[in-house]
Write a protein that binds this ligand. Structure first.
Ligand code: R2B
Ligand code: URA
Length: 325
């Protein structure tokens, strides 16, 4: 057996003595939300136009404590989620009610303790405006260690409706993991990645909740509900059922478990902005069985609850809160 050389032993020991504490210290340091765009600093006042706030306001006292932003499509769902977080972790002062903050023309936002919930409506274009303005607002507020989560709905592939999918990797309609943005007449491709800490944290929370209807897999994300998702029930359709199933097989072969309309842009934006992000969606329909979406109110509530309970557990684990399922 060969013994390690002296220089190796010296550098190995030095690494452990000096570098390990530095790495531990860095891990404990808080990470502020920042905006990489240098032009923002030149603005006297930045108007977060679609949110109904601006940078001249006392944003620090309003949003400086935010740790999680929970995004989802519908106004109603984001109100329900805010209520759930108030009920479980941050009771509202006696006699007060939860009301949306800022402008409600485009999105609805609620704040409960260090949690913001915000509806992004449908599709990447709408969500992109929200994440740009949300990130600028949180950066101006001095918020630190913020995690973004999309709690959404989707169509499943070979999964019974109500299954919860934690996204590993988002893919575009060509089944590659890049988000395409056309800017100044040029095509840009950005890798879309969700943060491994968030994926792991959601997985662990799902295990702790001991729920069986959870899968981890890839998500196809496209800016279209009908033809872009290979549905046969849109007003227009130029392919047949065989074409649809041939594509679904190809998607399944690269690990796609569900299809939705936002995670690709979300993953690319958050990776570029240096924000930890994750996506957890319930499935509303099994696309290998049909295209029409229909469910009862009670089913929807139960399905949403199982994804929400995972998110609650993950938030509790991250913020050191007590959570009983
Ligand atoms: C899921 O549901 C919406 C379409 O019905 C869309 O926002 C999505 O990603
Ligand atoms: N949302 C989608 O984008 N697709 C579905 O099939 C269901 C919900």
């Amino acid at each position: 057996m060969r013994f390690p050389s002296l220089p190796f032993i010296v550098s190995f020991t030095a690494f452990h003595i000096f570098i390990t504490p530095v790495l531990q210290f860095l891990r404990l340091m808080s990470v502020p939300v920042t905006v990489p765009n240098p032009h923002i600093a030149e603005l006297a006042v930045d108007n977060y136009y679609h949110l109904g706030f601006n940078s001249s306001q006392d944003l620090k006292s309003m949003f400086g404590d935010v740790k999680f932003v929970l995004f989802g499509g519908s106004n109603e769902r984001m109100e329900t989620i805010a209520h759930e977080f108030a009920k479980t972790f941050f009771p509202l002062p006696l006699g007060s009610t939860l009301t949306p903050i800022g402008s409600t023309t485009r999105y609805h936002m609620y704040k409960v303790g260090p949690i913001l919930t915000a509806s992004h409506q449908m599709g990447m274009a709408s969500f992109s405006i929200l994440v740009h303005e949300m990130t600028k607002l949180l950066a101006a507020s001095g918020a630190t260690d913020v995690v973004y989560l999309r709690i959404g709905t989707s169509g499943g592939l070979g999964l019974s409706p109500g299954t919860v999918v934690i996204t590993n990797q988002s893919m575009n309609g060509l089944l590659t993991p890049t988000f395409e943005l056309i800017s100044l007449g040029k095509r840009h491709e950005y890798p879309s990645t969700l943060h491994p800490d968030v994926i792991e944290g959601l997985k662990k929370a799902a295990e702790q909740n001991n729920v069986s209807n959870v899968v981890i897999g890839n998500t196809m994300s496209v800016d279209c509900f009908y033809e872009g998702q290979g549905r046969l029930d849109g007003a227009l359709c130029e392919y047949n059922s065989e074409d649809k199933f041939e594509f679904i097989k190809r998607a399944e072969a690269v690990g796609v478990k569900n299809i939705e309309m936002e995670s690709l842009m979300f993953g690319a934006f958050c990776a570029r902005a240096g924000i930890k992000a994750g996506v957890i969606c319930i499935t509303l329909v099994d696309r290998t069985k049909g295209d029409q979406v229909s469910y009862t109110h009670d089913q929807y509530t139960a399905w949403l609850d199982s994804s929400l309970n995972i998110v609650k557990r993950y938030v509790a684990n991250t913020l050191g809160l007590t959570y009983k399922a």
